[in-house]
Design a protein around this ligand. Structure first.
Ligand code: PXG
Length: 460
């Protein structure tokens, strides 16, 4: 049922007149008209035309608990009534921000018991840059300033976040990265494996970090920043051997290891954190998105003892946001973590719906357009290819994955199209097996329709 107080076309006209959208070609948007999403329940959203869509992207990788969870809504409502805002700057705090800090410590790896709050993943990663550099200053090694990140990593859109991100098309718009941020190649086996075994490739890809450390100078490197599994870069799952080797290299050269858990955190890979799934111990973890299931903005950094002890002993850390530890955001965070924990939602991803989706994704591998599928937990990529024997891709400007995405949307399913024709699926963690069946059925139908289009146009 549409709830709109205006018609779709009236919303579209106002949107065109006044709203500059994030990461959007405005001219293209205005030609097509914006789609108005009005309502959400479970894994489903409804648009202003009354179309019901299965949200296979959990909003933007964030609505882990699904839409309409009463406990999260009540928590926000109660906190707003009781105390809508108070700051944490002048030796004050609110109960919700303390309770969430305690809960986050409880679900984090050993030695990570303190949190620094921000409002988003980007702000979390800007905080990481400042924390890391401040840490090395306090350690008497102020020359250690360089952060190493990865090509096609995504770490946000602020000056710091976009600098850490390895997306050249972002760097081009604003003279980024800032000085002291460099990148290495991603552990993308299908693209860079070059015929060697997967595990051997994992070691080789980790070795690129060591090469870069030696190139920059061991005494100049401050930290390595990476997502457990690259999300926006296309759900690139590293070989098993990759992360333990990265850990070994960071320890060897005494470099801080930062795990950007903005997508992987809060159950997406089947554990609370991606670093638990891939078995490494970071010094810092950036989080956002799933901490509140996207109901309200919140992000931050889990700070391991090594950094926290030094920074706490170092006097005032001159950094903070008006909304660091915002009461309403933290109250929703508390309700969300309790829900994910008490309803066993994280364990369900690991033991039930994660393996079920893996199996279902495997069933798509016979499709003529599908090169392979790759993923973990409830984050998956379907690689579209022109030739399954050679894994040859379509020309980028043909936008074959966008065609597939549009077919899916027209048939009631939201999935993403990402660089190099990868279709992305990352639904709410509350999705049922029956809903996964539906998701896969519509995905296959969309692949069939895309195949027809591709053949009609003689692209294959
Ligand atoms: N780190 C990671 C790993 C992310 O995925 C951020 C940091 C930044 O978070 P904020 O809250 O500042 O957006 C993200 C965000 C996409 C897409 O195209 C992904 C994100 C944001 C926007 C688009 O998949 N991830």
């Amino acid at each position: 049922m549409s709830q709109s107080s205006r018609s779709t076309s009236a919303w579209q006209a106002a949107d065109t007149a006044h709203f500059i959208h994030p990461f959007t070609d405005q001219a293209e948007l205005h030609r097509n008209g914006v789609q108005i999403i009005e309502q959400g329940e479970g894994v489903w959203v409804t648009d202003s035309e009354g179309n019901r869509l299965l949200d296979g992207m959990a909003g933007l990788w964030c609505v882990n608990a699904g839409y309409g969870q009463p406990s999260l809504i009540t928590a926000a409502h109660e906190q707003l009534k009781n105390l809508a805002y108070y700051n944490a700057f002048f030796h004050t705090a609110v109960p919700a921000s303390i309770e969430l800090a305690e809960l986050l410590a409880g679900i984090s790896p050993p030695g990570m018991k303190r949190v620094y709050y921000a409002n988003s993943g980007s702000e979390g990663n800007d905080t990481v840059i400042r924390l890391v550099r401040h840490y090395w200053n306090l350690k008497g090694q102020p020359q250690r300033k360089v952060l190493i990140a990865r090509n096609l990593g995504y770490h946000g859109s602020t000056v710091g976040g976009a600098s850490l991100s390895g997306m050249p098309w972002m760097h081009a718009q604003g003279d980024l990265p800032i000085p002291g941020v460099v990148h290495i190649e991603q552990p993308h086996y299908a693209l860079l494996g070059g015929g060697i075994g997967r595990n051997e490739f994992g070691l080789r890809a980790a070795g690129w970090l060591e090469d870069k450390i030696l190139e920059v100078g061991v005494d100049k490197v401050a930290a390595f920043v990476a997502e457990p599994v690259q999300g926006a870069g296309g759900v690139v799952v590293p070989p098993e051997t990759y992360w333990p080797e990265i850990q070994r290299i960071c320890r060897k050269y005494d470099i801080l290891l930062v795990s950007d858990e903005v997508i992987c955190g809060f159950g997406r890979t089947g554990n609370w954190w991606g670093c638990q799934t891939f078995d490494y111990q970071p010094d810092l973890m950036t989080f956002a998105k799933g901490v509140t299931s996207g109901y309200i903005p919140l992000g931050g950094v889990m700070v391991g003892d090594r950094v926290a002890d030094t920074v706490e002993a170092g006097g005032e850390f001159r950094h903070g946001y008006t909304y660091s530890g915002h009461p309403v955001a933290c109250a929703v965070g508390v309700a969300n973590v309790k829900l994910l924990r008490d309803e066993g939602i994280v364990a369900r991803v690991r033991e039930d719906v994660g393996p079920y989706l893996r199996e279902a994704m495997g069933s798509l591998q016979d499709h003529p357009l599908v090169g392979y599928t790759e993923g973990v937990g409830l984050m998956w990529a379907i690689q579209l290819v022109r030739n399954r024997e050679t894994m040859e891709l379509f020309d980028d400007e043909k936008h074959v994955s966008v065609i597939c995405r549009e077919h899916a949307r027209n048939n009631g399913l939201i999935i993403r199209a990402i660089v190099s024709d990868r279709m992305i699926v990352a639904p709410p963690l509350t999705i049922t097996r029956a809903e996964i069946d539906h998701l896969i059925q519509v995905t296959r139908q969309s692949l069939d329709l895309t195949l027809q289009t591709v053949r009609d146009r003689r692209w294959m």
